[in-house]
Write a protein that binds this ligand. Structure first.
Ligand code: ATP
Ligand code: MG
Length: 220
């Protein structure tokens, strides 16, 4: 369904070109649960960002279904991301001046129109699923790190997308909450959502059907 071929990505640091992804090829099939593992700095986040189209690669091709994403305009990519992709970032990126509920509703806020009642109910349902329904009216600054992470997860669940990209979704959570979140991801995957998850945790990595190991920008 999502196919990356010979992807390369360089970053410029101190006027030097540093290759971060070197000829990486990965296929994600319909409804698959794939984990991306590897040491800190190996290129996991960069690979996830390329797969979710947030970062354009310097070389190689990305295909989604019959579409060649490498050739799509930013506008068409945006539309595709909105309809099919959800992202849980490594650092939650919650907006500090919006409440927990409003942050969860963000994917539905496309202009300054009020959100529909159905969207509101969906968002509350997602907060319920991550155990935060009672904190819907709080501001993120008044939540713990793990709670903020769970809001970011609720926000990613609120749309009915086809692929969920998650960058260390359990990174800042205690064991119990982490396990709950992993259970939730497995449940969503069983419902048909494809999940691509970066993780440091070997136990969580095994919960995915397949692991992709990256070392120094190369799949091993
Ligand atoms: N915007 C950037 N500009 C320059 N270098 C970058 C940039 N983003 C990442 N890098 C470098 O690319 C390499 C891979 O970064 P990436 O964030 O993909 O690693 P990671 O495997 O996700 O690490 P971690 O487990 O610590 O999150 C690192 O050496 C990092 O310093
Ligand atoms: Mg990372």
């Amino acid at each position: 369904m999502l196919s990356a071929q010979n992807i390369s990505k360089n970053f410029i640091t101190d006027n030097k070109v540093v290759p971060v992804l070197k000829n990486v090829s990965v296929d994600i099939h319909d409804g698959e649960f794939v984990s991306i593992v590897g040491r800190s700095g190996s290129g996991k986040t960069t690979l996830l960002n390329v797969l979710s189209t947030l970062v354009r690669p310097d070389g190689g091709e990305l295909h989604y279904g019959t579409e060649n994403l490498s050739a799509l305009s930013e506008k068409r990519l945006n539309r595709l991301r909105q309809s099919d992709f959800s992202v849980i970032f490594q650092f939650h990126h919650l907006l500090p001046y919006l409440t927990v509920l409003e942050n969860t509703l963000l994917p539905f806020m496309q202009s300054v129109r009020p959100v529909k009642k159905a969207a509101m109910e969906k968002a509350l349902g997602c907060l319920e699923r991550v155990g935060l329904a009672d904190k819907a009216d709080r501001l993120p600054g008044n939540l713990s790190g793990g709670e903020q992470q769970r809001v970011a997860i609720a926000r990613a669940l609120v749309k009915s997308s086809k692929v969920l990209f998650a960058d260390e979704p359990t990174g800042s959570l205690d064991k119990g909450t982490g396990e709950k979140i992993m259970g939730l991801l497995s449940e969503l995957n069983n419902d048909g959502l494809a999940v691509v998850m970066v993780t440091h945790d070997p136990v969580y990595a095994k919960m995915a059907g397949r692991s992709v190991h990256i070392e120094d920008g190369v799949i091993v």
